[in-house]
Design a protein around this ligand. Structure first.
Ligand SMILES: [Mn+2]
Length: 357
């Protein structure tokens, strides 16, 4: 595995490449052209400029998170084929610049959903949190306004104001889309992009839906082992793979995370490792990474990744705000740095104890 950190680019991130470079063991960043819109072609020039900037700081681009998918592709409507052609062009440009991992998601309308961006924990730190009760009490626009007011002056992925201005329109687009149609549209998209992925060895890594169930009546399909295996089989190519995100699949306590990891051997191209603390099955917060602070056994999660021979980029996921930091919620420096070193500690211990057997 390679330890990495997500970075939104110097115009958008409060964390610098120089700071990331000083986190022990972190050698790569997972980044994006944050100011591009879904459906747009990423030019080779802009990709190369991003790469040069990262490399000048002594790091490298370990992968892209994300190249977002236009809603016409997800709904199979409008200019789907034109946007898929653009996506293929972007993949080709990434491949030509020697970038071989792309994380994306297929979530309708909303990206990940939280109901609090700064729940105060007993130690005074703050974390992102979710309660179903809060979602049930809001309509989608109220949801957006409550999130937008709480971003510490940053723009959060999937919650861009220009996108949310069209939230009613977006809901109308998905009116007749159920799980089966969403699966079919995902298959259509994947079949179209597999040739370029094979040509440039680009691993596509779908991010799970978060939370791993339907919100506001929208279909959600990347939620459990059964569905993800269905997706792997429906386009059975190793370039069609997954981002294993423990914090997203883990929102549903029925998901056995180590078991899911083992069932996806050879198809996990990227891993997000984080912990959640549950107060009830639909009330949780994003806990510090270490096992004793949350509900997951992080050793078992990392051990499962080790056991399947996972060798892709791994990153700590959302961190808390600690030590007075003001940053994009979930994406501060300090708590993610602690997560990165902790995960590496687990990995080293597993590696050495396995070697002694
Ligand atoms: Mn994730």
């Amino acid at each position: 595995m390679e330890m990495t950190l997500r970075w939104y680019g110097s115009k958008f991130d409060t964390v610098t490449l120089q700071q990331i470079r000083q986190i022990p063991g972190v050698t790569g960043v997972i980044t994006t052209l944050y100011d591009t819109q879904p459906g747009e072609v990423w030019s080779r020039e802009r990709i190369r400029a991003l790469k040069d900037e990262v490399e000048a700081a002594g790091l490298h681009i370990a992968g892209i998170e994300s190249v977002n998918i236009h809603d016409d592709i997800k709904t199979g409507k409008g200019k789907r084929d034109e946007y898929i052609a653009n996506y293929i062009q972007t993949l080709e440009n990434l491949g030509l610049e020697d970038i071989h991992l792309v994380c994306y998601n297929f979530m309708p309308v909303f990206d990940w959903t939280r109901t609090e961006l700064a729940r105060v924990l007993p130690d005074g730190s703050t974390a992102l949190a979710y309660t179903q009760q809060a979602v049930d009490a809001l309509n989608p626009e109220e949801m957006f306004n409550s999130i937008a007011g709480d971003m510490n002056g940053t723009v959060m992925p999937g919650w861009e104001p220009e996108r949310m201005a069209k939230v009613k329109e977006l809901f109308a687009m998905y009116k007749d889309i159920d799980d089966e149609k969403l699966f079919a549209n995902l298959k259509y998209f994947l079949e179209a992009i597999m040739p370029v992925c094979n040509k440039y060895d680009i691993k596509m890594a779908i991010h799970p839906d978060d939370p791993a169930w339907s919100v506001f009546g929208l279909p959600r399909i990347i939620i459990n082992e059964e569905n993800i295996l269905r997706m792997m089989k429906m386009v059975d190519d190793p370039h069609n793979g997954v981002t294993f995100c423990s914090g997203s699949y883990g929102t549903n306590l029925k998901n056995d995370l180590p078991h899911m990891i083992r069932s996806l051997k050879g198809r996990i191209h990227f891993a997000h490792v984080r912990n959640l603390k549950f107060h009830s099955p639909d009330n949780f917060e994003e806990a510090p990474h270490i096992s004793r602070c949350g509900s997951f056994d992080m050793y078992e999660i990392v051990k499962a990744l080790y056991d399947i021979g996972f060798d892709g980029p791994i990153r700590p996921d959302h961190g808390r705000m600690i030590w007075g930091e003001v940053a994009m919620p979930g994406y501060g420096l300090y708590d993610r740095a602690l997560g990165a070193t902790y995960i590496q500690g687990l990995w080293e211990a597993i590696e050495k104890s396995e070697a002694r057997k």
